[in-house]
Design a protein around this ligand. Structure first.
Ligand SMILES: [Zn+2]
Length: 254
């Protein structure tokens, strides 16, 4: 298929460890990586998630102490491989927490895909998820968007790019499976179904969730899919795993 998958390093954020391991680790710092990904697909240029904006975090959530060098902005990451933001055709937001959608504004010409229920939570969050959302990061005048409501169906955005609804961390959370083809095994991105390998393998929930039982269900679902298709799981915010990933300008597939 000739799909290339680039992981775009976007810097790090800080939270209390208990956000990553529910009811455990209070008072311990957890500094974790944030990344977006860019897929160079024969049928189009695709961004999956768009990372965080350092200035926004400093203003709204200063306790997350964002670290992001000039090289770690999404524009700078794309520039490393000669891609301009205005060339992007499609943007997929796994969910609308700020560290997954804050640079949507770079892609006003793209068609966006995300879950309809995420939009509701962005505008009207439940009390405990207030800090995660800001609709101003998401919505733009004249925006083209496909609002998904997948339930237990899967949705193929382009051949080899499949979205799977995995609620629990957030109401309309989507996980992503990429099939680059060739020698590269399918790449499974649970995204925030599991920040870390420890979350998934030991069924340790993160502190932030909308429904713990739904989240456990989503964990099992994503593990089963990965096993069935022989996929490699990539974790969204796991400092140890991240150290072993190939980052842009390196890529997976081809
Ligand atoms: Zn999240």
């Amino acid at each position: 298929m000739g799909m290339k998958v680039y992981l775009l390093d976007n810097g790090t954020l800080l939270l209390d460890q208990s956000f990553a391991t529910w009811n455990h680790g209070q008072g311990i710092d957890f500094r974790f990586p944030v990344y977006a990904f860019y897929v160079d697909h024969p049928d189009g240029k695709v961004m999956i998630d768009t990372g965080f904006d350092k200035a926004w975090v400093e203003r709204k959530l200063p306790f997350e102490k964002p670290e992001q060098s000039a090289e770690q902005t999404i524009e700078a990451q794309l520039a490393k491989i000669g891609v301009r933001p205005d060339e992007i055709d499609i943007v997929i937001n796994s969910h609308l927490h700020f560290d997954h959608c804050s640079n949507n504004k770079l892609f006003p010409q793209a068609t966006f895909y995300f879950s309809k229920s995420e939009l509701r939570h962005s505008y009207v969050p439940d009390p405990w998820e207030r800090l995660g959302y800001d609709p101003e990061l998401v919505v733009m005048p004249g925006m083209k968007a496909e609002l998904l409501d997948l339930g237990h169906y899967e949705y193929e955005v382009l051949p080899g790019i499949t979205l799977i609804e995995t609620p629990g961390h957030s109401a309309g959370h989507l996980s992503i499976v990429l099939r680059p083809g060739g020698d590269t095994p399918p790449m499974v991105f649970p995204v925030d179904v599991a920040y870390t390998r420890h979350n998934l393998e030991d069924k340790v929930l993160m502190g932030l969730h909308t429904d713990p039982l739904e989240l456990l269900d989503s964990m099992a679902r994503i593990e089963n899919i990965a096993k069935k298709i022989g996929g490699t799981i990539f974790y969204s915010h796991d400092p140890e795993e991240y150290a072993g990933y190939t980052l842009c300008p390196g890529y997976y597939g081809g």
